[in-house]
Design a protein around this ligand. Sequence first.
Ligand code: SF4
Ligand code: SF4
Length: 654
Amino acid sequence: MQHEPYWNIKGGLLIDLVALVAVGVFCYGVYRHWSKIRGGEERLRIPWDKLAGWVESVDVKRFLVGGVLGSRVYRDELSGVFHGMVFWGMLILFIGTLLVMGNVFLGLPVMSGGFYKWVIAFGMDVAGLAVLIGLGYLLFRRLRKYERIVTPQSRTGFVAAEVFLLAVVLTGFLLEGLRIKNSGAMETAFLGHLFASILPSGDFALILHRLLWWGHGILALSLIAYIPFSPLMHLLLVPVNAAASESYMGVSTEALDMESMDVEEESDLPPLGAAKIRDFSEGRLLDFSACLWCGRCQEVCPATLTEKKLTPKGVMNVLADWLENNRMEDEGLLEQVGSDVIFECRTCGACAEVCPAFVNPIKSIWQMRRHLVMEQGELPETLGRACKNMEALLHPFSSSISPSDWHKGLEVPAFLANETEYLLWIGCAVTYEDRAQAVGRAMVNILNEAGVSYGIIEEARCTGDPAKQMGDDYLFSMMANSNIEMFNDLGVSKIITMCSHCYNSFKHFYPPVGGNYEVIPHAVVLEDLIRKGKIRLNASGSRVTYHDPCYLGRHNRIFEAPRHVLQAAAEITEMGRTKENSFCCGAGGGNYWGEEEGLRINQTRAQEALDTGAERVVSSCPFCLLMLTEGSKNFTDEDFAMDIAELVEQSMQA
Ligand code: SF4
Ligand code: SF4
């Protein structure tokens, strides 16, 4: 059997004129989006003259798998399956329509024989059925006001877009049904036959078919024109955002270089951080446009889940809304977002990890935080105190503890230029927090036992990471430069860290300010020493669970090394939220020094660890250790949290 594309239609080619108009409107709509995204801070625009380099840096897998195929949508299995039915179904219907056009204009042999029978007739019916089912579910969910979608608000236009799609597919099936009823057609078009069974035949049916043919064609082409003016634009914006998004998801690594800025008067100063939509970079404006307001981010955000005011979706709602309404220069953005909300973010990255549109709320929140701190000097009192300490003491703690207190009674070598291989960076938490000092002592005992060439710098300092996370880039640069100068004098090239924030800071924030080192987190050092047989552990058989520090795990993808270490010493039981889906301890983003009201994040995480039935929760960051120690006090009198170095030291002695 053969199918004639213009059966019962006269002047059908005129539809191509409508198609031209539709494509023109579509292009205009895309141009409007483009212009809005180009409206960001001029200095921060994508350098089109360096486009070739940018294209080379694009992660092709993220673009194709994450952006085009929407792999992250399937994390929520139910919603993912129905989204997939709509996406793949529409794609097949679109390709099928192109093949039919190929037959009309180029004579492609697709409208007869087995290809027509199984690919066009059967395949397109299956695709159409999938779209109908998928759309039915999505509409049902929206109309039932599914919580994550409607809280705090949902993007307008999704219902209209879904009804539009539904109308296109349904008119397509009605058309097929009328044609089958009046001309006979391939039996593999099973849905067309079903519609045919309830549709009329005869002269009236032929007129109806003609009217419906034009109606369906105009509706389908209008849908194409409508895409850039509706939330369906995410079909284009998400792949572009996936391609443009940076692989490092934390706060910006860009150095604040005031000296190289061409500034003659204060009014020439570029905005520090963002207080208006125009202050954000193109990358962020692309984020605002691509955000679907789906709410998946707030389902994993530790602040939202512990009833803080911050929801990443809520922040994106405001930013997207201001961009869409062309409020590029309007004042009052930070007031609407809320300065308390801006400081509640832990920069943990959970939101960016799950976002199906590759939006990164951290980077926008941090720009607003930078403005509050560097332009307005506005930050919560306890964070301000930590910043003052960093300015005066080069560390954030208000502590009377002496820098050598943590290693009293231990033999700890000093780092010697041209002699010592590794600098064991102690960091501020291990130096100035009682509970964290044990981590330093354990690490020293392990390195001594393994015969590693290492040394410390007695003058305990901070990397400047808390200042950067709190939004004070000036202070960070000052501290980083001071450390780099000291490292240069000593000839430091390899650094072992015990803190995930120190590791992240040396790895990502120091290279742009001129500090390039080989940095190794202690969990990786320990794995290496065990693997090479330099230290021997006696597995105790005890059950432990591992808490992934956000800045070792999610931000730097170090998931397996600490687990290998734990496996050598104990039996691991995993928490529900683990590895890239780990739940922050609450300390990130400078919030170790913050005040927390209501349900506490560290208690929530400690409870989760206790629920596994493990005897201890092990981490590889002193801030996680401190937060989990504090958090577990509410539920147990036992010492529940420990560091990976403490576990290894215990197993060596057992
Ligand atoms: S940021 Fe991402 S996850 Fe959050 S609402 Fe927007 S699209 Fe959804
Ligand atoms: S980075 Fe973490 S705390 Fe901040 S908005 Fe995202 S999920 Fe919430």
